[in-house]
Design a protein around this ligand. Structure first.
Ligand code: 5BU
Length: 276
């Protein structure tokens, strides 16, 4: 079987069994964009303006709604409306980490209303398997209003200097994801984890989506330990979606910048799947 990373988004969408993974792959193909803008903005007005301005060029809008000072019901409504208008998906980068029962309350209901707008969220498995089971229970409950429209990705690696999300922790993410394919559709990682040594054997149809943060066209890092790779490097190393924050929203002209990331990310993808 061909390696996952040399198949096109459409080919992968057609054979994927998870409806949310399909949606991500189809959206990338339809919009010819594998860019996720990380909109770390601190007011609802700035967040929604960013989504409206950059929405046409991205596949996914990534939020940290806990940094939005005036986050409220209208923010959720605005995000949902703009996602429809511009055909993008939403990833809330909440990094759940607590015991299962707490995480269930943080995800569904609570102050941040995450389940109401985020197609995917991420979790660390530092607390063990229970966190994945807990989110699976909520997402797969018959009474859950967004059943089959929500999924989880695991925090398998991080981009910051000195990160402890390495080695056996990363391997355990892969092992756990393989046991929970009804809920886990991929991971945050700086490279493809397809061939890392694991105890279990991947199924023939295994296809976890790779989301890579720390992408920047012009800088190598920041003063607080962030480390960057370029869009091309990230895609060559196996990213399916490239995530950039300040490289896009803090640029002098964010629209020109997002277009440039879209072009570079798409060209690198075409080269990887040999369709250029
Ligand atoms: P930047 O402005 O492109 O550096 O923003 C990076 C974003 O990605 C920011 O929202 C971080 O929280 C997020 N991030 C990251 O930088 N590195 C990681 O390993 C993970 C998330 Br997980």
């Amino acid at each position: 079987m061909a390696s996952r990373s040399t198949l096109t988004y459409s080919e992968r969408a057609a054979r994927h069994s998870h409806p949310v993974a399909k949606l991500f792959l189809e959206t990338a193909e339809r919009k010819q964009s594998n860019v996720i803008v990380s909109a770390d903005l601190t007011t609802s007005a700035e967040l929604l303006k960013c989504a409206n301005d950059l929405g046409p060029y991205i596949a996914v809008f990534k939020t940290h709604v806990d940094v939005v000072a005036d986050f409220n019901e209208d923010t959720v409504k605005g995000l949902n409306e703009l996602a429809k208008k511009h055909d993008f998906l939403i990833f809330e980068d909440r990094k759940f980490i607590d015991i299962g029962t707490t995480v269930q309350k943080q995800y569904h209901g609570g102050a941040l209303r995450i389940s109401e707008f985020a197609h995917i969220v991420n979790a660390s498995i530092l607390s063990g398997d229970g966190i994945v089971e807990a989110l699976s229970q909520v997402m797969n409950a018959q009474s859950f209003p967004y059943k089959d429209a929500r999924a989880l990705i695991l925090l398998a690696e991080m981009t910051s200097k000195g990160s402890l999300a390495t080695d056996d922790y990363t391997v355990q993410c892969v092992e756990l994801a393989r046991k929970q394919t009804g809920t886990v559709i991929g991971w945050i990682a700086n490279r493809s984890l397809e061939t890392i040594p694991t105890q279990s054997t991947p199924s023939d149809t295994e296809d976890f989506l790779v989301f890579t943060t720390g992408v920047n066209q012009s800088t190598k890092g920041d003063k607080l330990g962030q480390q960057y790779q370029t869009p091309t490097m990230a895609i060559e190393r196996g990213a399916d979606f490239i995530i950039s924050g300040r490289g896009i929203y803090a640029a002098e002209n964010p629209i020109e910048s997002v277009q440039s990331y879209q072009k570079e990310g798409w060209e690198a993808y075409l080269k990887r799947v040999k369709k250029e």
